[in-house]
Design a protein around this ligand. Structure first.
Ligand code: NIG
Ligand code: FE
Length: 413
């Protein structure tokens, strides 16, 4: 099956060579081809170029996209989109002045979601989660990482990971799974945090390995949750069973989590709303991807990740949604890209690079998605008729997507 996209007003994020990720000043360059064609052969991109060089042969399908742009699908490297129910009552509590941390200390927060998830069957959890997955696919996401971490018991954590696995089997979107058992200390282990960590390591990790249920391991390294030592322990245990590290770090406090992440060669450090000078320094000359989650800052009213300083210091940056019921009940990468420009002063070029190729790297998917490159999956966004790609972040709260394609096939509503 060969499909031709012709008369593309602008083909965005064109990379002739496969690249791993972009840092610093390189993030401000977004290569494009104006008046372009793109050929998809079965699931992958097989050719592209200027319309004047478009092959004249017959195609199985020709799609004329006059006035519209084509870009690679968004790569959302940080979500918790498998969850049960919602937490809208906590949202109202926060409006009335109770803080996110106070709610968590009173048994709300992650523990509230865990209680709901434990009482939800695997089928029901799958059904709730697939609605969210379908929703983000239509919002242009073509690769997504999904975490466990709302189970907090062996059964419930494995239930979450099995739901992620089933989503992966049933949907054409690229999915990576992360084991986040160390998301919060459950009440049964309130006075025995080390016992909880040992349970994660001794009881759950072997099953994850045996059933190949996760790609990455994550931990919430934060005051009141897990310490730097706990983080070190979990990352090392994960590594033993082949899981690459990621960390929730520096969301409310900078306690040395970034440094332990560097020591353990994690793939990404996520959140970073609170950064000390030494945290920027620690990330230099590493291959670690910092990940900013601006819709979490928006929803909680906490500081935005200092994206400008991160990039100006020469570091890379990815953007992700953090889709979860507590701090970010939204999986909309279009809003994330807009917020990055509006609130974090990233240019549209930097934001689009951060939400495509750098996001792909943060999931170890840079060879498959994140740019218009021959041999990569044809996971594509076709925009509505727009004047320039600046309109994508400009039209915040809205989106410019007309059609989405995954593995070369249009995903219809
Ligand atoms: O990434 N910070 C930790 N975990 C999630 C939110 C958890 C929740 O409130 O349910 C996050 O923001
Ligand atoms: Fe998160």
């Amino acid at each position: 099956m060969r499909t031709l996209f012709k008369n593309i007003k602008e083909l965005i994020q064109v990379r002739e060579e496969k690249i791993t990720f972009l840092s610093g000043a390189a993030m401000s360059i977004l290569p494009t081809i104006k008046n372009a064609f793109l050929i998809v052969e079965n699931e992958t991109i097989s050719d592209f170029g200027k319309m004047e060089n478009c092959p004249k042969e017959n195609f199985d399908k020709t799609i004329d996209v006059t006035g519209k742009m084509v870009l690679p699908s968004w790569c959302d490297s940080h979500t918790h989109l498998v969850f049960a129910g919602n937490r809208e009552s906590e949202f109202v509590d926060r409006i009335k002045g109770i803080s996110y941390q106070e709610i968590a200390n009173n048994g709300g927060g992650i523990l509230n979601s865990a209680k709901k998830l434990q009482a939800t069957s695997e089928d029901e959890l799958y059904n709730q989660s697939k609605v969210r997955l379908e929703e983000i696919i239509h919002l242009g996401t073509g690769a997504v990482e999904i975490k466990s971490g709302y189970g907090l018991t062996k059964d419930a954590e494995l239930k979450m990971l099995r739901v992620i696995k089933k989503l992966k089997e049933n949907y054409p979107i690229e999915i990576k799974a992360t084991f986040l058992g160390a998301h919060a200390v459950p009440s049964e282990f309130k006075y025995n945090k080390s016992g909880y960590l040992q349970m994660l390591i001794d009881d759950i990790l072997p099953t994850i390995k045996k059933e190949n249920l996760a790609d990455f391991i994550d931990i919430f390294c934060e005051t009141g949750y897990f310490s730097v030592d706990d983080t070190n322990k979990i990352l090392k245990a994960g590594k033993e069973v082949g899981l690459v590290g990621k960390i929730h770090v520096n969301q409310f406090n900078s306690i040395g989590g970034i440094q332990v992440g560097v020591e353990n060669k994690v793939l990404s450090v996520d959140h970073l709303e609170e950064m000390r000078e030494e945290d920027f320094e620690a990330l230099k000359n590493t291959k670690i991807m910092p990940v900013a989650l601006p819709s979490c800052s928006y929803f909680l009213g906490i500081p935005y990740t200092p994206a400008r300083k991160i990039i100006d210091e020469g570091l890379p940056l990815a953007l992700a949604t953090d889709y979860n019921p507590g701090s970010t009940p939204s999986g909309n990468m279009n809003f994330v890209v807009s917020s990055a420009c509006i609130k974090m002063k990233m240019t549209p070029e930097e934001a689009i690079n951060a939400a495509t190729i750098n996001g792909a790297y943060a999931m170890n998917l840079q060879d498959k998605v994140g740019s218009i490159t021959k041999g990569k999956l044809a996971n594509l966004i076709v925009t509505k008729e727009i004047n320039s790609y600046h309109f994508i972040p400009y039209s915040f709260g809205n989106h410019c997507i007309e059609k989405v394609f995954l593995k070369g096939k249009e995903i219809k509503k």
